[in-house]
Design a protein around this ligand. Structure first.
Ligand SMILES: [Zn+2]
Length: 145
């Protein structure tokens, strides 16, 4: 399945979940889009996928967000952001998984869920795992690891 289908499935599920929690219209669209983008994440194991392109665009911002959540000193934030970014590049280059490998597993879904639990509050923590899970079902790849 290609990225538009994955995004649309995630978007629709995100909108449905937003309606369930009675979000405002802008929040419904926002969390629908976030869920749609989360549905692209499992394909980061493919270098030309939209998920990889999106991750490469936002990885520095994600590293900055993670650093800001731990440190208050600007030098620690800058250093931590750069170190996390270099780690991402090293890990992605050295341990690049095969396509539809570990990123298409319930193990990866568990990792994403734990990260969501750590950074988001209920009910927002449900959206990214929901998008990720929708990708696994849409691809028909339901394996543990
Ligand atoms: Zn996939």
């Amino acid at each position: 399945m290609n990225y538009p289908e994955h995004f649309i499935i995630g978007f629709i599920l995100g909108i449905a979940l937003s309606f369930y929690f009675h979000f405002s219209i802008p929040n419904i669209l926002l969390w629908g889009a976030i869920t749609g983008m989360a549905a692209l994440l499992p394909d980061i194991d493919h270098p030309k996928s939209k998920g990889t392109q999106l991750l490469n665009m936002f990885v520095f911002v994600i590293c900055l967000f993670l650093s800001i959540s731990y440190f208050t000193n600007i030098f620690y934030i800058a250093g931590s952001t750069i170190i996390l970014y270099i780690l991402y590049i090293l890990l992605y280059t050295l341990f690049k998984p095969r396509h539809r490998g570990i990123t298409h597993s319930f193990f990866a879904l568990g990792v994403i869920t734990v990260i969501s639990l750590f950074y988001l509050k209920f009910p927002y923590l449900l959206f990214i795992p929901l998008g990720y899970l929708s990708h696994l079902f849409a691809d028909g790849v339901l394996k543990v690891i």
